[in-house]
Design a protein around this ligand. Structure first.
Ligand code: NAD
Length: 290
């Protein structure tokens, strides 16, 4: 006698944030889940649409627990606010002081992770496996920049020079990095020009170059063939900085690698399945190109 085929495992996850209607996360997670025989639904929980705010986070987390969510991604403006509501943090999330992935454990405990930095590292090492990490410049000391800074030091960067239009932010991030990583390798620089002297690579982590903020974050004359450039902006994928860097002969990595990499890490945490990173990246690029 043949039994009925087993029901696919159902997985419920979501994203809490403001202005997230264009997120590609639902498509990326749901398509990858289908390859693993999972029925995964990825719910957008848009604070703007719901006319709500971070003050609703306790309610949203309680609801996720009750409704059997496996986990939640968390983005602006909730990455710090969510921390006080969690039972446990991964080392990475604690170091960054920010959470982008919350896993609901079977006993209901909420564990915060951060896959932004490891996601950047995943994309970066795939795109530029030979990159010289001797002296790295980070432009932009905000949320994305901080996550990447921890990751690049973990990858073994010899020196990291942090630049921000707000010098206090650069100073604060450099000091914080040196508390977590050995060798006092992080310093704050006053401007991109001085920071790039003798540098081997540039990581761009400001919003300049996004569709809504077009332009270049630095003087293109500072780019030279010996410098690799890693871009964080991915709307659009081909930014003015990447175009200028290619024209200057730099090896480049676009912002898609981090976008996919953070999703790869989150998918693994939510489902316990190992995603196919290449397949997710191909899907992401097809979605962006559409
Ligand atoms: P944020 O506002 O937290 O930080 C941006 C920082 O850049 C600020 O400290 C600001 O002072 C600084 N800055 C802005 N313009 C500058 C300039 N011209 N020179 C020097 N410093 C400058 O923003 P964020 O959350 O870190 O996001 C930054 C960018 O990264 C956004 O475009 C975002 O979309 C992108 N991002 C991409 C990914 C990805 O997966 N690829 C993930 C997260 C964020």
């Amino acid at each position: 006698m043949t039994g009925r085929p087993a029901e696919p495992r159902k997985v419920l996850i979501g994203l809490i944030g403001a202005g997230i209607q264009k997120s590609l996360s639902p498509a990326m997670h749901e398509a990858e889940a289908a390859h693993h025989g999972l029925r995964l639904h990825y719910q957008l929980i848009d604070l703007d649409r719901a006319k709500s705010s971070t003050s609703d986070l306790p309610t949203l987390l309680a609801a996720a627990r009750i409704m059997g969510f496996a986990g939640l991604n968390v983005t602006y403006p909730c990455k710090q606010a969510v921390i006080a509501l969690l039972d446990e943090l991964s080392d990475e999330a604690r170091a960054m002081g920010a959470v982008n992935t919350v896993v609901v454990q079977p006993d209901g405990r909420l564990v915060g992770h951060n896959t932004d930095g490891s996601g950047w590292a995943r994309g970066f090492t795939r795109a530029l496996p030979q990159a010289d990490l001797g002296v790295v410049v980070l432009l932009g000391a905000g949320g994305a920049g901080a996550a990447i800074a921890h990751a690049v030091l973990r990858l073994g960067a010899g020196a990291l020079r942090v630049v921000d239009q707000d010098p206090a932010r650069a100073e604060q991030l450099a000091a914080e990095l040196n508390r977590w990583h050995q060798g006092a390798r992080a310093t704050a620089s006053v401007d991109a020009a001085s920071a790039l002297e003798g540098a081997t690579g540039l990581i761009h982590a400001t919003p300049t170059g996004m569709d809504k903020l077009p332009g270049l974050p630095l003087e293109p004359g500072l780019l030279r063939p010996s410098l690799w450039v890693s871009e964080v902006v991915y709307f659009p994928l081909e930014t003015a900085l990447l175009q200028a860097a290619r024209a200057a002969g730099c090896a480049v990595a676009d912002g898609g690698g981090m976008a996919v990499g953070q999703a790869v890490g989150a998918f693994e945490l939510f489902t316990g399945c190992s995603p196919d990173a290449r397949r997710m990246e191909a899907h992401f690029r097809a979605l962006v190109g559409r």
